[in-house]
Design a protein around this ligand. Structure first.
Ligand SMILES: Cc1cc2nc3c(=O)[nH]c(=O)nc-3n(C[C@H](O)[C@H](O)[C@H](O)COP(=O)(O)OP(=O)(O)OC[C@H]3O[C@@H](n4cnc5c(N)ncnc54)[C@H](O)[C@@H]3O)c2cc1C
Length: 386
């Protein structure tokens, strides 16, 4: 396994449970983060430490932890090279190294983040998001949703709704103009969900710029350059929550495993997770090209199918197919959330009984997202039990 995030650890645990005796995870970080909680850190509802565990504590017993970065894969020789120069062979390789910010598409992301008015739950600055939201009294707050691929598109809009809920409670909403810049035709590109979210944004008087990409950030002037249907324009900000464009890991680009037409995601069969030209290579999670929006909710289903398929391929059995199930859990108010489950075709699906409106913002859905899912993650998902 390359990457010890949600994908790598839950897959490793599941392989061990299924009796695979030799499992290794390469992961350079010492701290493992449950990323969905970062939205609540940025919204002032959770402390960062509750989203973090040591990498050692989440690495399953019986799994070898290679504590360094992979720098190359040679799929012909079935060999991974690590930053120290050490190499490791494999029978099956699962890539779960996630996405990285695309500095070519938007230069200066790191510099912008270190400036006073810019934060991002998506770039390890969730505590700063909450600091800026709490301190803002008036002016323009700008939030961005990039083009695909991005981790869980729905949650890129969560910071806006949680910030607005705080400003409403503090009696400041009337003094703050909110702009949402969306590099897509819709929002999450699920028509029914977009419709519902659009109404929530209207209720808050949010200006939404669709089909608009951020092409430059000027942290000296607190100004964005954006390009949309009416050409290029400047958008000033007093607070910017930046979700930049992402891409697949650059180090994998030379391996022949990625798809440059889809911003460097790994070129697997979206149904089976098997690489299209190298059958011993597999990928799931944010960095895998599976033709659906990546998310932790999607991974719950993906990992189960992936592990079954690797074992099926080894013993010549037929493989299962992933239908693209994913989630876009969007908090629309401090304690209300739309669970937002959908499939590859953009059709809303639901784990709820059919008479229940799956797109209605609910307190119980928020409580499960905020309190129930973190426990499920640490105790069941990372242990390969669900
Ligand atoms: C702010 C935020 C909020 C979110 N909210 C939700 C939500 O509410 N619901 C939901 O379902 N999903 C949510 N998601 C999405 C969910 O967290 C991701 O889909 C999930 O974490 C993806 O897991 P992954 O293992 O594919 O990638 P990651 O979690 O990114 O893990 C990749 C791992 O690979 C490691 N790595 C990278 N390069 C290398 C290398 N060269 N060698 C070895 N290791 C490497 C990294 O250090 C990292 O640990 C959210 C994501 C973010 C960022």
């Amino acid at each position: 396994m390359i990457g010890g995030g949600n994908a790598g650890i839950s897959a490793a645990a599941r392989f061990l449970r299924k009796g695979v005796s030799s499992v290794a995870v390469a992961e350079p970080q010492l701290v493992h983060t449950y990323r969905p909680l970062l939205s609540y850190v940025g919204g002032g509802q959770a402390a960062l430490r509750t989203a973090e565990r040591t990498q050692r504590s989440v690495t399953p017993k019986g799994c070898t932890w290679i504590q360094e970065s992979a720098v190359a894969v040679d799929p012909e020789a079935r060999m991974v090279t690590f930053a120290s120069g050490r190499t490791c062979g494999y029978r099956d390789l699962v890539l779960g190294a996630g996405l990285v910010p695309d500095d070519d598409a938007l230069p200066g992301i790191a510099e912008a983040l270190h400036s006073p008015a810019v934060a991002s739950n998506y770039l390890d600055h969730a505590e700063k998001t909450w600091d800026l939201v709490r301190e803002m009294r008036s002016g323009r707050a700008v939030f961005t949703v990039p083009r695909a691929p991005v981790s869980c598109t729905g949650t890129t809009i969560k910071p806006l709704f949680l910030a607005a809920a705080h400003w409403k409670r503090a009696g400041r909403l009337g003094d703050i103009d909110i702009t949402l810049i969306v590099d897509r035709a819709g929002l999450v590109d699920v028509p029914d969900l977009d419709d519902r979210l659009g109404r929530c944004l209207d209720d808050l008087n949010v200006e939404v710029l669709h089909r608009t990409s951020v092409t430059a950030v000027d942290p000296e002037r607190n100004e964005l350059t954006v390009t949309g249907p009416d050409g290029e324009r400047l958008v000033p900000y007093d607070l910017l929550h930046l979700v930049p464009p992402f891409r697949g890991p650059t180090w994998l680009a030379d391996s022949g495993l990625t798809d440059s037409d889809r911003h460097g995601v790994i070129d697997v069969d979206p149904g089976t997770f098997r690489h299209r030209t190298h059958p011993d290579v597999w990928a799931v999670g944010d960095g895998a090209g599976v033709d659906t929006d990546p998310s932790g909710g999607a991974l719950r289903r993906q990992v189960k199918i992936l592990v079954g398929n690797v074992l099926a391929a080894r013993s010549g059995r037929s493989m299962d197919t992933y239908d693209g199930y994913t989630v876009a859990p969007v908090a629309t108010d401090a304690h209300l959330l739309i669970a937002g489950e959908f499939d590859r075709s953009g059709e809303v699906t639901s784990s709820l009984p059919s008479f229940v409106d799956p797109l209605k913002p609910r307190r119980v859905a928020w409580a499960f997202d905020r309190y129930g899912l973190p426990q499920t993650y640490w105790n069941l998902i990372l242990k390969g039990r669900v």
